[in-house]
Ligand binder design. Structure first.
Ligand code: CA
Length: 336
């Protein structure tokens, strides 16, 4: 098997705090021998488990990037037992552009695992994360949000994973430890990249993975940021990397996000009028949205309905929409 072409400036086994870059060599017109500098922080003290925290997997999801910038400056080796690896701008070109996908190769990092050591820029990043970072971690937390096109009730999430005995229980324990107001269990949906996400990478390596959907709308709120930062502190305490007394537990309502009936898609192209908001509770058959055509305002609007009862977890942000865009998705209570 080919090996990564990325060169880390940090030593994963050294004690103390290290700040540097993963050098991803990328020869282009303006820089023949240049590299893309993907920032990485490694904090290590004594022996103990390894936590890997990522953000900027999607470049337009900012809450996690802010949380990891704050953590990168404040987390000190003497406060931990074990190792914490931070990758705050995992898809750096996308993070700098403020876009979901990379402006270099259009790569969606969270759909490209396990990556390719000799592939495109984004495939090389995926390969490095899976084979060099996830491989070193006991727990992977990938901080996402709704990005530019979606807005979530701030949530943490886990996948469904009962292949290894006790794994689902350990994932649920981590989800509860994170203490977001909502925690949900995602089942792989068509288009949501089963196996090609960081969570898929963690599962292949037998590691625990937690995600988040912290808000979105291409912006940061103080409330979402607080949930993210408390969640990260709680995970470090839950893993025994920091003292248990630094945890700030809180209740988490656990929801299931099941099959296609949980999702509402635009039935046509036009202007999206939402009829409910995130946080609302809806019933099967209830109108979810109307799609208008302002160019012929007298034409009937197309109405789309919820296919099942549930809690509105996520809503589309932009007003203009096309057939096939996800407008809402629901969750239903799990008694876990
Ligand atoms: Ca995302």
């Amino acid at each position: 098997m080919s090996k990564t072409a990325l060169v880390p400036e940090v030593d994963f086994d050294a004690a103390g705090a290290q700040y540097g870059f993963l050098r991803l060599f990328h020869s282009v017109h303006r820089s023949a021998y240049g590299y893309i500098p993907i920032p990485i922080v490694v904090i290590r003290n004594g022996t103990g488990p390894t936590a890997l925290f990522l953000s900027g997997t999607h470049g337009d999801e900012y809450e996690g990037q802010v949380a990891l910038c704050n953590l990168a400056r404040t987390l000190k080796p003497e406060a931990i037992q074990g190792r914490v690896i931070l990758l705050p701008a995992a898809n750096l070109p996308a993070a700098i552009a403020g876009t979901r996908t990379s402006p270099i190769d259009a790569g969606n990092l969270n759909r490209l695992f396990p990556g390719d050591a000799q592939g495109s820029v984004t495939e090389q990043i995926a390969y490095y994360i899976e084979h060099e970072l996830v491989a070193r971690a006991d727990m992977v937390v990938d901080l996402h949000s709704g990005g530019s096109s979606l807005h979530y009730v701030p949530s943490a999430l886990i996948g469904q994973d009962d292949e290894i005995p006790d794994r689902q229980a350990r994932l649920v324990a981590a989800l509860k430890a994170f203490a977001a107001p909502i925690g949900y269990v995602g089942h792989s949906q068509p288009g949501q990249g089963a196996g090609r996400t960081t969570s898929g990478a963690a599962q292949r390596a037998g590691k625990l993975a937690l995600g988040s959907e912290l808000g979105g709308s291409g912006a940061v709120t103080t409330a979402a940021l607080r949930i993210a930062e408390r969640g990260l502190r709680n995970i470090l305490a839950h893993m025994g990397i920091t003292d248990a007394h630094t945890a700030e537990p809180g209740p988490t309502r656990i929801l299931d996000v099941g099959g296609p009936a949980y999702f509402v898609y635009a039935p046509g192209t036009g202007l999206f009028e939402p009829l409910v908001e995130p946080g609302d509770t809806v019933s099967a058959g209830q109108p979810a949205a109307r799609i208008h055509t302002p160019e012929t305002p007298w034409a009937p609007a197309e109405t789309v309905h919820f296919a099942r009862d549930g809690f509105v977890l996520c809503k589309r942000v932009p007003g203009r929409t096309m057939r096939g865009d996800c407008l809402f998705h629901l969750g239903t209570d799990l008694n876990w």
